[in-house]
Design a protein around this ligand. Structure first.
Ligand SMILES: *[C@@H]1O[C@H](CO)[C@@H](O)[C@H](O)[C@H]1NC(C)=O
Ligand SMILES: *[C@@H]1O[C@H](CO)[C@@H](O)[C@H](O)[C@H]1NC(C)=O
Ligand SMILES: *[C@@H]1O[C@H](CO)[C@@H](O)[C@H](O)[C@H]1NC(C)=O
Ligand SMILES: *[C@@H]1O[C@H](CO)[C@@H](O)[C@H](O)[C@H]1NC(C)=O
Ligand SMILES: *[C@@H]1O[C@H](CO)[C@@H](O)[C@H](O)[C@H]1NC(C)=O
Ligand SMILES: *[C@@H]1O[C@H](CO)[C@@H](O)[C@H](O)[C@H]1NC(C)=O
Ligand SMILES: *[C@@H]1O[C@H](CO)[C@@H](O)[C@H](O)[C@H]1NC(C)=O
Ligand SMILES: *[C@@H]1O[C@H](CO)[C@@H](O)[C@H](O)[C@H]1NC(C)=O
Length: 456
């Protein structure tokens, strides 16, 4: 009896300390996945940084990479891209990787001030001919490649990825074509929810068709850099037929452009990073590309509803090149402004887009849209007259607009920064705590709605 008890006491601590420490090389971590086989869990240790000299690849279905005890804070293990010319930290795109998971870790792309690397891979590369993959409670930032995470279509057989409660950003830099996305989704029937994306630079969430996917309750915000698009529905490839966004539902996302960081006058202030979101939600390829590369192809079959916009944009929503989409019940909350000037690349082949307005539609390239814009139009701060409805105009290549200078009195107050209305959620806390997102979101929105509550 005594002997047995002793054995137990010795065994227990061993079982608890089962995480794989960062004294293991990348090759050793890879070997553990290889030997572990199906369902193996690579459990990393809290507060440790794992310098990756190569991509860590999942090798069998049901594998998981996570931090012991699933913390959600800074104690999550960090996988840091360190090998020269390596742009991807973890990869699960080979065949036979159904149901694999990446949970409660941090992925540091470690790009620093370097320009974007030419290798075409994101911090996290999932998808392929696989279903039921999961990424949750992961922080992904500073990628060397074009995205903080990419879920690829594979041979159009990727299905059912779940991307939830991640905190993402910063991703990319503002310099021309040095941009990176927050989440790049091309896997059908996927669920992207409850993510917080701060300071992505290309698209906060870019939907590449991804038929039958739901993108909901995400918070996309800019603080220190300008973002071209909050949610992009502009890529008509790779899904076929071109522009296939069938049954894609984009709902209840909160997209907030920049807010004043310094006091200007009673209603507007300066922003020390000159940060705006150029296009809150962009629908159709022409909104993005002025070179006609996608011809008259249109984004089709999507529903965009219940989304909320606050802060500084060039355009909250812009549509050009869209068919059979439903756009309803989207609203402005808190303070908003629509700012930006024509940049050097705005005029292409004699065509110039409309100047910034809240909502812009180009009717010459849209077909059978179901747009409902409840009246009365709101009278929110800085909104152009008649702005409760979509204005018609040329919505072409709208990423060409330039944010105002940082000392311009152009940014609205809000977002937990100067002159913001106090909220029960504690201001900026709302923006960085994905776990509290659902709760805080409800509280904050209720408060903001009573103060202004303009619906589109
Ligand atoms: C392990 O992680 C710690 C930080 O938690 C770091 O100081 C140390 O350099 C890392 N060791 C290796 C071998 O990377
Ligand atoms: C890094 O990648 C670039 C582009 O693929 C290539 O030109 C360069 O030679 C690579 N450098 C090294 C050291 O592999
Ligand atoms: C869009 O793609 C899905 C998945 O491949 C397919 O089932 C659907 O038929 C396509 N939509 C159209 C309009 O062809
Ligand atoms: C910009 O303003 C924000 C909010 O007031 C502040 O936290 C930040 O430190 C400022 N950054 C610079 C570079 O001044
Ligand atoms: C604040 O400044 C902006 C930009 O100059 C101006 O449009 C706005 O009317 C001003 N508001 C007040 C209350 O002076
Ligand atoms: C749609 O895009 C494809 C390229 O993917 C192009 O070949 C085709 O002509 C375009 N269709 C239209 C109607 O512009
Ligand atoms: C305009 O486009 C050119 C490339 O065609 C690019 O080099 C330049 O940086 C762009 N300017 C801006 C302000 O985006
Ligand atoms: C909107 O701006 C006003 C000043 O014009 C400020 O008092 C108010 O707190 C701001 N609203 C929010 C929700 O921050």
């Amino acid at each position: 009896m005594t002997l047995r008890w002793t054995a137990l006491l010795i065994c227990l601590p061993l079982a608890v300390a089962s995480c794989i420490t960062n004294s293991s090389s990348t090759a050793q971590l890879q070997a553990l996945l290889q030997e572990g086989g199906e369902g193996y869990k690579l459990e990393l240790c809290r507060n440790q940084i794992y310098s990756l000299t190569d991509v860590l690849s999942y090798t069998a279905a049901g594998q998981e990479i996570s931090t012991e005890k699933y913390p959600k804070d800074e104690s999550r293990a960090t996988l840091k891209v360190a090998g020269f010319n390596v742009t991807c930290a973890v990869k699960a795109t080979a065949n036979g990787l159904d149901g694999i998971a990446l949970r409660n870790v941090q992925i540091d792309g470690n790009r620093g001030n370097e320009p974007i690397y030419t290798a075409p891979q994101a911090n996290i590369e999932f998808g392929g001919m696989n279903s039921g993959q999961l990424i949750e409670y992961v922080r992904s930032y500073d990628p060397r490649g074009w995205s903080c995470m990419h879920i690829a279509e594979g041979p159009f057989t990727c299905r059912g990825a779940t991307i939830q409660y991640n905190d993402i950003g910063p991703c990319g830099s503002e310099a021309f074509q040095q941009w990176a996305d927050g989440i790049s989704l091309s896997c059908q029937e996927s669920l992207v929810q409850g993510n917080t994306i701060v300071d992505a630079t290309d698209g906060g969430i870019v939907i590449f068709g991804a038929p039958d996917s739901v993108i909901r309750d995400n918070l996309i915000h800019v603080k220190t850099r300008t973002l071209l698009g909050g949610i992009n529905m502009v890529d008509v490839l790779p899904w076929r037929p071109e522009g296939n966004f069938s049954n894609v539902l984009v709902e209840n996302n909160h997209i907030s452009g920049g807010f004043a960081t310094d006091i200007g006058n009673d209603t507007m202030g300066m922003n020390n990073a000159s940060a705006i979101i150029k296009i809150g939600i962009g629908i159709g390829p022409q909104v993005w590309w002025s070179d006609g590369r996608y011809g008259r192809n249109q984004t089709t079959g999507a529903t965009i509803q219940g989304n909320q916009f606050s802060g500084a944009f060039a355009f909250a929503m812009a549509i050009s090149g869209a068919r059979d989409d439903v756009i309803r019940d989207n609203s402005f909350v808190g303070n908003v402004s629509f700012i930006g000037s024509y940049g050097p690349n705005c005029t292409v082949g004699g065509e110039t887009p409309n100047s910034p307005v809240p909502l812009l539609e180009d009717p010459s390239l849209t077909t059978n849209l179901d747009i409902s814009v409840p009246s009365p139009a709101s009278s929110i701060l800085s909104m152009a007259p008649g702005s409760g409805a979509f204005q018609t105009g040329r919505a072409l290549g709208l990423t060409c607009f330039m944010p105002p200078a940082s000392d311009s009195v152009s940014w609205p107050y809000g977002g937990g920064q100067v002159n913001a209305q106090p909220t029960k959620s504690g201001g900026a806390g709302l923006l960085i705590q994905p776990t509290l997102f659902g709760l805080c979101f409800t509280v904050a929105v209720a408060v903001l709605f009573t103060s202004v509550g303009g619906r589109l």
